[in-house]
Design a protein around this ligand. Structure first.
Ligand code: ATP
Ligand code: MG
Length: 559
């Protein structure tokens, strides 16, 4: 009996499935698949497809396969396969033992192609690519039949076998479906099913020199795996008649149903694989996992959590209308998660030394601060207060602009979790740069709010003696232009030259000595940071800025 789901469907695909289950279509089963081509790393757009395929299966107590759609060996490799698997697991989804490869169906696909030929539904064509384009017609003009269309079945079989045996050069012949050269749908104008490519394959080695095309392979792979609902992006809508045509001609265990949904686009981002490959190949970024890349490996290194990406996918929903999602929405989902899950810490990014002159040189007070203002379970951390401290250069102004609430000459400020201090004097170098502040403290103000005293600002600090010295990489959006793909000019012209700035000699509070790669923190008043997955060393810590504290999206929604 069908698994029935009584809750309101959360998207149009779930609605279709509920209806299918009511009618006992596919025997009430739900089996989806995520079908990456191993020709690059996964990006945030793929995350939407992964999330949709796996959660749809979960919702209806079905299964989701991982299938590598590996029919283009010249662009594919094992590095991509490994990174794809690792990214899906990181996102929190598991295909269990159902890891499939279209290439493992090559024998079946070949036999089924022979069957199509025997049934007079496919033929070997010798048109060159240029000729084929000419014969194909246009959107407004019908195509012309290939001169080879009526080649005898025996001859077609013989030629196909010889294609497989390697007797011909790349492009000399192709196998085409015999459908309709006058079809208004260009995909139905005798599409190519097989082409000759003398190319080594990462899975099948040198066994094959003919490779099946995507449209022929995908539907058959789906059917062989018993996929019920084959979810794909909208640009495949016009391919659905071909998907169904192939399955209708052959005797297969199932006829899966293709359903299209809108792909994810995000502003200030490119998601085309070709462009991502170009960014890597031209060294415009440091690699596929550069923290500015929209790849899952890049986002992971940047400090994105898997949960925040899953929530984002849930928030954007699944529709049939293409649109562009504001990157601020992605950052909002990230901040929401990081706010709850990141312990707080103090980090001084641009250190300015201050000396509390009325605090004894050998004195230390171990102050205890909570790791999270709203979550006691994260516990506490300890920071020694001493005579010599670092504050951030931007928290002091010699000549303050109006409304400046932090430290000024002769003014007071509270050091977070410690005392109110007053700036008594500045020390400058020969060029007039401030190198040190001389301060005093009010011993009566430790921890508690000062009574009857106006101290507006609270700033963070780190003790000089115990500070952990670190490199901090400040990341910003990779593109300055909202639609780098569509704006006039090459998308590479819009790369943000300030998308990475590296700060050396940052000073972190001593509790961060115990950090580990991929650990995330909120550096108070600065943003969310992560210990770099690749470059972090205990004796040479490196942190990445994940995202700043200001939530432009959340703010806009609450207006
Ligand atoms: P290409 O086929 O040009 O190499 P692709 O982005 O389609 O690139 P695939 O590896 O074929 O990459 O994609 C795997 C699955 O992810 C497909 O089902 C595809 O439709 C889906 N997908 C890819 N990009 C997006 C996106 N931006 N939004 C939603 N789904 C996507
Ligand atoms: Mg694709």
């Amino acid at each position: 009996m069908a698994n029935s789901m009584t809750a309101t469907p959360s998207n149009f695909i779930h609605q279709i499935i509920q209806e299918d289950q009511k009618n006992n279509k596919h025997n009430g089963k739900v089996h989806t698949r995520f079908p990456p081509e191993p020709n690059g790393y996964l990006h945030i757009g793929h995350a939407k497809s992964i999330w949709l395929n796996f959660t749809t299966a979960q919702t209806f107590k079905g299964l989701c396969n991982l299938r590598f759609d590996d029919t283009n060996p010249e662009k594919e490799n094992l590095e991509f396969i490994d990174s794809i698997k690792s990214s899906i697991h990181w996102l929190g989804f598991d295909w269990e033992d159902r890891e499939f490869y279209a290439s493992s169906y090559f024998d079946r696909l070949y036999e089924l192609a022979l069957k199509l030929i025997e049934d007079g539904k496919a033929y070997i064509c010798s048109l060159t690519p240029e000729q084929a384009r000419e014969y194909r017609g246009t959107l407004t003009l019908p195509g012309k039949n290939s001169p080879d269309r009526d080649r005898s079945i025996e001859e077609n079989i013989d030629l196909f076998k010889r294609m497989k045996a390697g007797e011909f050069k790349d492009g000399e012949y192709s196998l085409r479906a015999k459908i309709d050269m006058a079809s208004p749908n260009m995909n139905m104008r005798d599409p190519v099913l097989y082409r000759i490519r003398h190319q080594h394959h990462h899975q099948t080695g040198d066994k094959w020199c003919i490779y099946p095309m995507y449209d022929y392979t995908h539907c058959i792979s789906d059917a062989l795996e018993g996929i019920t609902h084959s979810l794909c992006t909208l640009e495949f809508e016009d391919h659905r008649p071909l998907y169904d045509w192939v399955l209708d001609q052959l005797d297969l265990p199932a006829h899966p149903q293709q359903i299209e949904f809108a792909r994810l686009n995000i502003n200030y981002t490119v998601l085309s694989k070709r462009k991502l490959i170009q960014l890597v190949d031209e060294a415009l970024v440091s690699g596929w996992d550069d923290p500015r890349m929209p790849t899952l490996e890049g986002m992971r290194r940047r400090g994105y959590t898997a949960a925040s990406i899953r929530h984002f996918c849930e928030n954007i929903g699944v529709t049939r209308t293409n649109s562009v999602v504001d990157v601020a929405m992605l950052e909002h989902a990230l901040r929401e998660d990081l706010d709850q899950t990141s312990p707080r810490a103090m980090a001084v990014l641009r250190p300015l030394k201050i000396v509390i002159e009325d605090y004894p040189e050998d004195k230390e007070e171990i102050l205890t601060l909570s790791r999270h203002p709203k979550d006691d379970s994260m516990g506490e951390r300890q920071i020694p207060f001493r005579r010599e401290l670092y504050i951030d250069q931007t928290d002091f102004e010699d000549i303050p602009p109006p409304g400046f609430k932090r430290l000024v000459a002769g003014g007071e400020v509270r050091l977070r979790g410690a005392y109110v201090i007053k700036c008594e004097d500045l020390i400058k170098d020969a060029e007039g740069n401030i190198t040190e502040l001389r301060c005093s403290h009010d011993a009566a103000t430790l921890g508690a709010k000062p009574e009857g005293r106006k101290v507006k600002g609270v700033i963070h600090w780190v003790p000089v003696k115990d500070a952990v010295k670190a490199e901090i990489r400040l990341y910003d959006r990779l593109f300055l232009e909202e639609s780098p793909d569509k704006a006039d000019g090459d998308y590479r012209d819009f790369i943000n030259p300030d998308s990475l700035s590296v700060l050396h000699g940052c000073m972190l509070e001593p509790s961060l000595k115990a950090a580990a790669p991929e650990q995330r923190f909120q550096f108070e008043r600065e943003g969310y940071f992560v210990a770099d997955r690749k470059d972090y060393r205990t004796d040479a810590p490196v942190f990445n800025l994940t995202v700043g504290l200001r939530d432009t999206w959340g703010k806009a929604q609450n207006k």
